[in-house]
Design a protein. Structure first.
Length: 252
């Protein structure tokens, strides 16, 4: 599960998240005066985890909806720790309320064999499916970067997960998180930023900040395993309203 970027929708557990974030339902709209963006340093980590887990295990998320919240949170833990160490991720707050996160990492990063084995114990097919669809999507880009000698650490930043609290959707925060992620990447010396957009909304947000679409994949036509005649994402459009996964790249 690598570069998956989307704009959140309201999950069933909105009230739980609201309490965890110390918020009433009368939330002030985000404006340029009360919105801040900062490098994620581990502060508010439980709220960040809640936003991402609610977002990516929701029924209308095309890539990860089949994963249980418990398994997703297990997968998320080392990425959050890495984000704190690398200081590449961006947190946004409206007043003092955590409103969203862009969890970013180096595109060349590989999970350890030990961690992958632990994932297999929990949900072998579920995690393998997520990893494979992402690899199929960005295969041409990876080959191109290898051929150019640019597939190396510190050269390509990946916007891996992007989540916005449901109280703050449709206010432009996702677009700004992508924009600030690209600015942070440039500051750190990266030459490219990538994002795998699992919905039309996420793709539109990325394009507004200068990303180009390098490849797309229709969920209902993705065969897995190859040659099996099986299409595990065939019903995604009916479940989520989305049928296209897009690989987006911005050259800095």
């Amino acid at each position: 599960m690598k570069a998956i970027s989307k704009i959140s929708r309201i999950p069933l557990s909105v009230s739980v998240r609201a309490l965890a974030n110390r918020r009433t339902f009368a939330v002030k709209a985000a404006t340029t005066e009360n919105v801040t963006f900062s490098v994620f340093d581990g502060g508010h980590i439980n709220i960040v985890k809640s936003i991402l887990a609610n977002d990516f295990t929701a029924r209308d998320e095309p890539i990860c909806y089949h994963l249980s919240r418990r398994h997703f949170e297990f997968w998320l833990e080392p990425y959050l720790r890495r984000a704190i160490e690398e200081k590449t991720s961006i947190l946004t707050q409206v007043d003092d309320i955590v409103a969203g996160i862009a969890l970013n990492n180096d595109f060349t990063f590989k999970d350890t064999e030990g961690f992958l084995e632990e994932l297999k114990k929990r949900d072998f097919y579920g995690f393998d499916l997520v990893y494979e669809i992402e690899r199929d999507l960005n295969r041409d880009f990876r080959h191109e970067m290898h051929d150019k000698g640019e597939f190396k650490k510190g050269n390509i930043l990946r916007i891996q997960l992007l989540g916005v609290d449901p109280h703050f959707v449709h206010q432009g925060l996702a677009t700004h998180l992508i924009q600030h992620s690209a600015a942070r990447a440039k500051e750190l010396g990266f030459k490219y930023v990538t994002a795998a957009c699992s919905s039309d909304h996420a793709k539109h947000a990325a394009m507004k900040t200068g990303f180009e679409c390098l490849s797309t994949m229709e969920y209902d036509k993705w065969e897995y395993p190859k040659g099996s005649g099986l299409y595990p994402k065939q019903g995604v459009k009916e479940l989520t309203g989305f049928n296209e996964l897009s690989f987006m790249v911005k050259k800095l």
